[in-house]
Design a protein. Structure first.
Length: 470
């Protein structure tokens, strides 16, 4: 991974990083609030040796420095703890009390610091003073050899234990700052791991790898208004979503330029990719450019195009295939733009009907009468219907939902098309972020992330649109 990859990850997943940091702070605050305040009292001891001259003083100082390092370990031992527990009649074991004692040596000195923590500041002072006194006695006993009245090393209390003014722990500020650092590091690590293991299509490179280099023909940005107005016929002529389908129409015109009558299957890898609404809007956009367009609802399992267009579904593909009506009798006019053939009644054997000779005859007749025929087919992975139709057409257009469809699903869909000898002409991205700097990275050539409407509308807009369609 390069630096720009990390920048993209942090930009795309900043919510994850912030959420992890907030959780770490909340945990730190909870632990801090639930922790029992502990107070620490300290006392300082000075270690000396008797000397008679300057040479003895120097040697005694070195001896004391060596001794004091050992004393720091003895202070926290069970012998000192046992003596303090017995002296003060404490209700705890020597080992438990020893865990609350700490000792340290000031560098290059013979000064020994002894500290004891306790929930009570008064008791902390009392315990520290008792520990220091018992250690002074213990050093005297330990260093006195048989036959000598005076020990060669002496420990003296130079700073008596005092009552601590504030709690030693917990430390709210320190804990929060530490939680911020840990939260940011954990959030960044989690964001990188999640990005590495995230298999969803989130960029043009992801889609290109999964489709083996098939071009991205269109990029339809997410628009919350699409839930109430899924068709572009209900939008203004300069709406960004309308412009996106015009760009898709332009790119599609460069596919099979030598073929005058084209049949395309519009499908997806899995349901919920926006396939049917995309097909309806593409048909609308193609028809507005003057092409004779036919939209066939080839999804004989869960037809949706009829609902979007507000047309009847009683007569359609299935009734034509069984010979009840002719091709022309099954056609409906979708507004003033293009012709539409509904799916008809849902049959028990959709796959068999779509690969029948009658269906081939329908496609031949449609190709002869129209410039562009679009077939709204079912998803590729759940059923084989779309692959069967794509094998009998000029190729398939794969609708891929940004940040939802996985690369494995796209790759498997492409493999399904290849298994029947069908050609993937390109892909159409739906519901991608609108920002130009968004993580989709599909490039400026595949859709605008902004509007570019006239500064003032004219009274001849409808006339201009009518002329453009002629």
């Amino acid at each position: 991974m390069e630096l720009q990859d990390y920048v993209r990850i942090f930009r795309d997943r900043w919510r994850t990083i912030c959420a992890t940091t907030v959780v770490a702070i909340l945990i730190a605050l909870l632990v801090t609030a639930s922790a029992t305040p502990m107070y620490r009292s300290s006392s300082r001891l000075f270690i000396t040796t008797p000397q008679t001259g300057s040479s003895d003083a120097y040697q005694g100082g070195l001896f004391s420095q060596q001794r004091v390092k050992s004393y720091a370990n003895l202070v926290t031992g069970e012998e000192i703890s046992r003596r303090v527990v017995e002296k003060l009649n404490l209700d705890e074991t020597p080992r438990s009390f020893a865990s609350r004692i700490s000792a340290s040596v000031e560098p290059d000195t013979v000064v020994l610091n002894i500290s004891v923590t306790d929930p009570s500041p008064t008791q902390a002072r009392r315990l520290t003073q008792a520990t220091a006194q018992e250690f002074v006695t213990y050093v005297s006993e330990l260093e006195t050899t048989p036959g000598n009245a005076n020990p060669p090393v002496k420990a003296s209390i130079v700073d008596r234990a005092t009552t601590p003014a504030g709690a030693y722990s917990p430390r709210p500020v320190r804990n929060v700052l530490l939680a911020v650092v840990i939260g940011l590091l954990a959030g960044c690590g989690f964001a990188v791991l999640r990005d590495r293991f995230d298999n969803r299509v989130r960029s043009e490179d992801d889609l290109s790898d999964a489709t083996k280099g098939a071009p991205v023909l269109g990029n339809i940005h997410y628009d919350k208004k699409a839930l109430q107005a899924p068709l572009i016929r209900d939008l203004g002529s300069h709406d960004p979503r309308v412009e996106a389908f015009r760009m898709l129409r332009t790119n599609l015109q460069f596919i099979n330029v030598d073929v005058t009558h084209k049949v395309y299957v519009v499908t997806s890898a899995v349901p919920g990719e926006g396939k049917s609404s995309t097909t309806c809007n593409l048909a609308e956009s193609l028809a507005s450019s003057g092409d004779r367009v036919l939209l066939i609802e080839g999804d004989l399992r869960r037809p949706r195009a009829t609902e979007y267009l507000g047309l009847e579904n009683a007569v359609g593909v299935t009734t034509v295939l069984v010979g009840r009506v002719t091709f022309g009798e099954a056609l409906q006019r979708a507004g003033d733009g293009f012709d539409f053939m509904a799916s008809g009644r849902v049959p028990p054997n959709p796959a068999e009907l779509l690969q029948s000779t009658a269906m081939l005859a329908v496609l031949r007749e449609a190709r002869a009468l129209y410039d562009v025929v679009l077939i709204d087919a079912p998803p590729l992975l759940p059923v084989t219907d779309a692959a069967v139709l794509a094998a009998e057409s000029d190729g398939a257009l794969l609708v891929v939902r940004h940040n939802s469809t996985t690369r494995d699903q796209v790759a498997n869909a492409v493999a399904r098309l290849e298994s029947v000898g069908a050609q993937l002409l390109g892909s159409i991205v739906t519901m991608s972020p609108r920002s130009k700097r968004a993580s989709s990275g599909y490039g400026y050539g595949y859709g605008y992330g902004y509007g570019y409407e006239p500064e003032s509308g004219g009274s001849h807009d409808s006339d201009l649109e009518r002329v453009a369609r002629q």
